[in-house]
Design a protein around this ligand. Structure first.
Ligand code: SF4
Ligand code: SF4
Length: 166
């Protein structure tokens, strides 16, 4: 688990990872886009008793110590939750960006792509799929990287396993 740089950065008022944009089960209750954790207001209402995983263990890329993400990339502002090195591909780290909302805004996505290029990283980002105006819990995943990575991503998508629970 990464160590948070608490002296410099604080989550509040961001609650993006508690609001269902990352799917999970909190206290036995599934959370997903459109249905956040019942304890999430403008802060965690169950902070002292929050569960270990994911609540205590989760650190987004903005909050980790020595984060390379600039201040404006805080998820409640950038509208993307970034998870560093979610996977690896041929020895390169693959970062994941999930939207806070339907899709990641262009400014944020551009920054993520430039960051991936400059730092020899690969990126997978998603868009929430809606039907009849409602979130479906499904996402479309897109890769940013060389053609061989794109080909492998197609295989991963067919298999689907690595994207389960996102
Ligand atoms: S998304 Fe990041 S900054 Fe926002 S509440 Fe979660 S860990 Fe904190
Ligand atoms: S219990 Fe607290 S930390 Fe965990 S998801 Fe809910 S609001 Fe977030």
């Amino acid at each position: 688990m990464s160590k948070r740089n608490k002296e410099i950065r604080q989550c509040q008022p961001c609650t993006a990872c508690c609001d269902g944009w990352l799917q999970g089960v909190i206290g036995g209750i599934p959370i997903y886009p459109g249905k956040g954790c019942p304890d999430s207001t403008d802060k965690c209402e169950n902070y002292e008793n929050r569960q270990l995983d994911p609540c205590r263990n989760f650190d987004c890329a903005w909050i980790v110590e020595n984060s390379l993400l600039p201040e404006w990339m805080k998820p409640d502002n950038s509208k993307a939750i970034v998870i560093l090195e979610k996977w690896s591909w041929n020895g390169y780290p693959v970062d994941l960006a999930v939207p806070v909302g339907k899709r990641i805004p262009p400014r944020t996505l551009n920054w993520l792509m430039e960051h991936a290029e400059k730092n020899q990283r690969l990126l997978i980002y998603s868009e929430q799929i809606l039907e009849n105006g409602e979130y479906t819990k499904r996402q479309e995943f897109t890769g940013y990287g060389p053609p061989a990575f794109q080909r492998d991503l197609l295989e991963w998508k067919k298999d689907g396993k690595i994207f389960e629970g996102l």
